[in-house]
Ligand binder design. Structure first.
Ligand SMILES: C[S@@+](CC[C@H](N)C(=O)[O-])C[C@H]1O[C@@H](n2cnc3c(N)ncnc32)[C@H](O)[C@@H]1O
Length: 242
């Protein structure tokens, strides 16, 4: 692990591939902040340059047209291995393969920004207003990665390109809420270091402001480890009690 390495002289360049589908999920902020402080020359170059997690309002079933909301059969043995390894069941983050772009009910907005060569924050909290652009139903957000290897590159976009990174659906409301253009999903997205001081726990809070002046609240706690089980309706559906 780089965090327990010591060497001299210091490095001019660090190349790392610890970027998650939620950009910081694999601990890139803490790992690379430590590498910059202890192992690199001041002004040394980190590759990749920048990673951003974006989020947009969605309804899960719109992301899976003509398919039931269920785990893919090919994923089941990974799921069993993960839950066995952990020792007890928990609400795994939900990867959605090839979501249709027209299922998004808002533009994508940055909710987590990792500037590996700039002001790199190991913990952050962003509040953003996702303006609803078309009528529909919303029960959560879809998140995806934008990754710049070098500053002037076109970013890799995990929603629009075929990449190794997943788009992740994060539930917020137990029942889908009707929305129309002009409504705003106010999303607070926080990444705080877990007790291992490397991997972030994520916490989301949402307030849906609808045209009738009402506010509907939703939330999700998605920790790196030790998370809840059947915390949302979608997890009770995916993991029925019997
Ligand atoms: C996403 S994988 C990269 C895979 C690699 N690009 C490849 O093609 O095989 C991330 C790897 O980084 C390693 N890793 C994570 N944190 C690290 C750290 N602080 N120091 C060194 N390696 C680390 C993990 O064990 C894992 O093997």
């Amino acid at each position: 692990m780089s965090t327990s390495l010591r060497f001299a002289p210091r490095a001019d360049v660090c190349v790392a591939e610890v970027i998650g589908s939620l950009a910081g999920a694999e601990g890139a902020a803490a790992v690379l902040a430590d590498a910059r402080t202890r192992l690199m020359e001041p002004g040394g170059l980190v590759i990749p340059h920048r990673a951003v997690t974006l989020a947009a309002a969605v309804r899960l079933s719109d992301l899976l047209p003509d398919q039931p909301v269920a785990f893919a059969e090919s994923a089941l043995h990974y799921l069993r291995d993960i839950l066995d390894w952990h020792g007890r069941p928990f609400d795994v983050r939900l990867r959605v393969e090839n979501p249709p772009a027209d299922a998004l009910l808002s533009e994508g907005a940055p909710v987590e920004v990792l500037d590996f060569n700039g002001d790199l924050q190991t913990q952050q909290c962003t509040t953003t207003g996702l303006a609803i652009t078309r009528p529909g139903l919303v029960d959560g957000v879809l998140t995806w990665l934008n990754l710049w290897c070098l500053p002037d590159d076109e970013p890799l976009d995990a929603l629009r390109m075929k990449t190794n990174w997943a788009t992740i659906y994060l539930p917020l409301f137990d029942s889908p809420m009707p929305v129309e253009p002009g409504d705003v999903l106010e999303l607070t997205f926080a990444a705080a270091l877990s007790d291992d001081r490397v991997h972030p726990d994520y916490q989301l809070q949402a307030v849906l402001h609808t045209a009738d002046g009402r506010q509907h609240r939703g939330s999700l706690v998605s920790p790196h480890h030790g998370g809840a089980f059947r915390s949302h309706a979608i997890y009770r559906e995916l993991f029925p009690a019997d």
